[in-house]
Write a protein of this length. Structure first.
Length: 331
């Protein structure tokens, strides 16, 4: 039985999130789903399936949520694996702590659908979600609600690269509705000049230069990896200007940390808001080891505080209506 201080068990579990040369995309995806899927969602969160822009998505609804807030969560998985099923439990915890509905798209994966398929899917989901939320907020505005939706963009690992590419292409009128961007252990530079990939050998408990290199070459051609749409750390000032407020959360032991520090410095230097929150002695995506590490729960609570800014009592909230066709009710 796992304990709250079982680091060995946590590392074993989290290694399944990183694609390596010892597996295939099919086995990699199967292993992630088998390890992270769950029958019962935490905190009485309801799950229903819905199509935004013809992309299958989970909608995770906590018992109490802000009526005009919604989070679009882009899961990681080395561009090759991951699914809304595998992230359903973790994103349910995010939904509960942020008092937000969370939408998790089932975007297309490499190698069958290489770059830029995933980015196109997220763009499609966002456009449909934004339109629906804008209509809803407009209808509720007569009751004293805000007429503009409050959208949170959250992503982890390789999902952060996809999120940045999507945000770089976003028009100003859409950006105004994005109140916060949250990255967990982001992949920010997988180009040949990356300090990780240019080193002879670099690794931590979960990630390695080999994992980044192998995944990037399955996702796209090596010549493409120097594009800011794949390696956001290489973005120009013009692409980064007016980037929504960013919060990055990651572990002290990650080889990805130096890139996050550089990205944070770059963002702040051009006047953007960016906070890098480094957790002592933690590894890549420790937040998804909730059965093994007490810090996992604390980290998700911190994400909740970052999103809500301790605003309960000051926002329009509502109790969740019963979802007649929810996955939970069918179980």
């Amino acid at each position: 039985m796992p304990t709250q201080n079982d680091r060995k068990g946590a590392v074993k579990r989290l290694k399944l999130l990183a694609f390596n040369s010892k597996t295939t995309p099919e086995i990699f995806r199967k292993n992630i789903d088998m390890e992270f899927k769950t029958v019962f969602l935490p905190n009485n969160v309801e799950c229903t399936e819905y199509k935004y822009g013809d992309i299958n998505c989970d909608i995770l609804v906590p018992e109490i949520y802000s009526s005009n807030r919604v989070t679009l969560y882009i899961h990681g998985g080395s561009f090759i694996g991951g699914s809304k099923l595998a992230w359903r439990s973790f994103c349910s915890s995010i939904a509960n702590k942020t008092f937000s509905r969370v939408v998790v798209p089932e975007y297309r994966l490499a190698p069958t659908f290489p770059y830029p398929a995933a980015i196109e899917d997220i763009q499609s989901v966002f456009r449909a979600l934004f339109t629906e939320e804008q209509i809803s907020c407009s209808l509720n505005s007569e009751e004293g609600h805000s007429s503009l939706p409050e959208i949170i963009i959250a992503a982890d690992g390789a999902g952060a690269s996809i999120a940045c590419a999507f945000l770089f292409n976003l028009r100003e009128r859409f950006k105004k509705c994005i109140k916060k961007v949250i990255f967990l252990s982001p992949w920010l530079d997988i180009s040949p000049t990356s300090s990780i990939l240019s080193a002879k050998k670099k690794s931590d408990e979960i990630m390695s230069d080999e994992i980044l290199r192998k995944s990037s070459l399955i996702y796209t051609y090596e010549t493409n990896t120097s594009s800011p749409f794949i390696s956001p750390l290489l973005a120009t000032e013009e692409q980064l200007v007016d980037f929504p407020p960013l919060y990055i959360q990651m572990g002290e032991k990650e080889i990805l940390l130096e890139d996050a520090k550089s990205f944070t410095e770059k963002m702040i230097s051009i006047g953007n808001k960016c906070e890098l929150d480094v957790w002592k002695n933690m590894c890549f995506m420790f937040q998804m080891a909730e059965d093994y590490l007490a810090e996992s729960h604390l980290a998700v609570e911190k994400i909740g505080k970052v999103v809500t800014d301790n605003e309960i009592g000051q926002i329009e909230i509502q109790n969740r209506p019963k979802l007649e066709h929810s996955i939970n009710s069918e179980a």
